[in-house]
Each structure stands twice: as C-alpha cells, then as structure tokens.
Design a protein around this ligand. Structure first.
Ligand code: TXA
Ligand code: MG
Length: 316
C-alpha cells in the first residue's frame, strides 16, 4: 500500500526522480509523473494498464507556463483559460517540440489543464516541469474521488498519495479543442456547456468518435462499476429482476423500501451535488452482494449532460 499524507516536499523528491505520486484535484485524483520525462510517462501507462494510443493530460499552474510548451493559444482558448483556470477545463493546443510524443500518443496537440486545488497548485508551482496525470484508476474503471480510492486500486504500484480530501467537482474536466477558432467539446465534464457558450458562443459537441477518436479515452465502455447497470424505469426493472440483488443509484427519489442498497445522488435535485457523488455511488455498487445496478438519467442541463454521459458509458 502507498503512504497517504500531505508532504509536498516528499512528493517533489519522488516526482523529480521520475516516480509517480497520486495527486488531488477538484475533479478526480490523478496519477502524476513528470510530463517531460519519457520514463515517468511510461510508468503511468504501465501502472494504469492503459493503451499507449490514449494520451495524457499535462497539468501546470499558470497560463504563461502553458504558453511556453505550446505553439500558440488561439484567442477563444485564451478567453476560456482566463475565465475557467484554475478549474475543470482541459484545452487541446498545438504542442511544441518540448512535449514528448509519448505524452500525446503521437498526436499534434497536447492537453493542458490548471487544476483548482490548493495543495496541487502549490506542488506544481514548486516543480520545474508540468505533471502528466490521468485519473488514478486502472484503465476502464471508475475515477477516484478520495485518496483511499487511489490506494485501493493503485496502492501497490505507487509509493505516495497526496491527500487533498474529497474532490469537490467529482467529474473529470471538460475537454475542448479548436478547429481554427471553432470550439469543439471532446469530453463533457466539470464545466457545463452553457457556461462555456456564455464566453465563446455556440460550441460543437463531439464526444463519441470511438472509431477514429480525437479524445481516444472516450471509448464507449468506461467508468465500469464491474456490475451490470441498467438506466431508466427503475421500478419496472426492480419487478423484472426480483431474483437478483439490486443496487439503485437514483437522482433524488428514495427507493430504500424496495432494495437493500439505494444511493441518492442529491435529495434536493441539485446537479452539482449529484455530480460530486456519482463516482462514489458507482464505486459503492461494486460490491459482491450486488449483481445488478439500476439507475436513471438526470435532467439534460448543466452538469447533467456529463452525469448522463458517464452513466451511459458505465452501462455498456
Ligand atoms: O479532470 C481531469 O481531466 C482528470 C484530472 C486528474 O485532471 N484527468 C483525466 O485524465 O481525466 P484521463 O487521462 O483519465 O482522461 C484524459 C482524456 C482522455 O480521454 C484522453 O484521450 C484525452 O483526455 N486526451 C489527452 N490528451 C489528448 C490529446 N492530445 N488529444 C486528444 N485527446 C486527448
Ligand atoms: Mg480517466
């Protein structure tokens, strides 16, 4: 098992020797290594059991630091960076030669993000390289939102996890690229589409190109709780599967009379609260006592779009 603590200096010394460290962000925990070191990047792919065609996000602490590692920041990208960084937004930008091809899986663009978490921002500011950090889960599994989730699944592969408490947003960052100046959302995430459109106008959403993916990690099957999961018609499905041990993840309604395990995402129907609880709920359903998970879509607005996206991928 890895050690869990808040010792930034210890994290720095590990990262400077190309070792990996679990780091907190406002979205999900990341599995971090030096983004400019091929040896550290390789360790990330191996620890996650992640295919090398699925590129990693680089994290840093300032727009200036990003600017030094990319060819240019288009003006719409800059507007979004100024508005939402630090925060759950990832921008795809033309990479400079300083960025290893291994980080981007040979793609011409690199993904950058400034996370909104004090401990990790302090860490990034003290390092003289950006951190590559995919979500700290084995490939295909639910992303971790607490330090002990990282330890449960990757604790035998890393030495240290920085503990930043529970992730506030709870969904991964929204990923945006540009065709010229035209914005394209490649992954729905912690910043709602409506908020982005307020800054740069209408955006295109392209989150399902799994045949020739620009964001290859958006494969259809992902976020799996390791159990069969059905979306919609909860009550009807309970009746249909009376022979099974059922777990229910509901948006705001209480089904605890019907089944042993019911996780309510937000009793008041708040989408931010539901988002921050979603991955914990999926993880809780990964339980030998449960053979079927029933869930339902939330309203398709605000963070609801990203929640529904994750549910659909968990159901495949
Ligand atoms: O919120 C987040 O973004 C978290 C935290 C740790 O920052 N990170 C995260 O990383 O979710 P990961 O590796 O689990 O997901 C990154 C996604 C993948 O779908 C990957 O394919 C896509 O970003 N991506 C990364 N670099 C890319 C690139 N150069 N072009 C296209 N897609 C890219
Ligand atoms: Mg991930």
């Amino acid at each position: 098992m890895a050690q869990i603590g808040t010792d930034i200096e210890h994290a720095i010394s590990l990262l400077e020797s190309d070792e990996l460290v679990g780091i907190p962000t406002e979205t999900v925990y990341g599995l971090a290594g030096n983004a400019l070191s091929e040896s550290a990047i390789l360790k990330i792919y191996t620890a996650k059991n992640r295919p090398k065609f699925d590129p990693l996000i680089a994290h840093t602490y300032s727009i200036e630091a990003v600017d030094q590692l990319v060819k240019e920041i288009p003006s719409n990208a800059l507007k979004l960076a100024e508005k939402f960084w630090p925060g759950p937004l990832t921008l795809l930008l033309e990479k400079s030669e300083k960025i290893p091809d291994l980080l981007t899986s040979g793609l011409p663009r690199v993904a950058f993000r400034i996370p909104n978490h004090l401990l990790t921002l302090q860490l990034l500011e003290k390092l003289n390289f950006p951190l590559a950090a995919p979500s700290a889960n084995p490939f295909g599994y639910v992303s971790p939102v607490e330090a002990n989730h990282v330890n449960e699944q990757l604790g035998d592969k890393i030495n240290y996890i920085l503990d930043g408490g529970r992730c506030q947003v709870g969904l991964e960052s929204t990923i945006i690229g540009f065709e010229g100046e035209d914005p394209v959302i490649h992954r729905l995430g912690g910043i709602a589409v409506e908020e982005i459109e307020e800054v740069i106008g209408k955006v295109k959403i392209e989150t399902n190109k799994s045949s020739n993916p620009t964001a290859p990690g958006m494969l259809k099957s992902h976020y799996s709780p390791g159990r069969q999961l059905i979306i919609g018609e909860i009550e009807k499905n309970v009746q249909k599967h009376l022979d099974k041990n059922i777990g229910i993840i509901s948006f705001k309604d209480d089904y605890s009379q019907l089944v042993k395990s019911n996780f309510i995402l937000s009793a008041s129907g708040n989408l931010e609260e539901a988002a921050s609880n979603l991955f914990k709920a999926l993880r809780q359903m990964d339980d030998p006592e449960i053979d079927l998970v029933l869930t339902e879509q939330v309203p398709d607005e605000g963070l609801g779009l990203a929640i529904n996206d994750r549910l659909r991928r968990a159901a495949v």
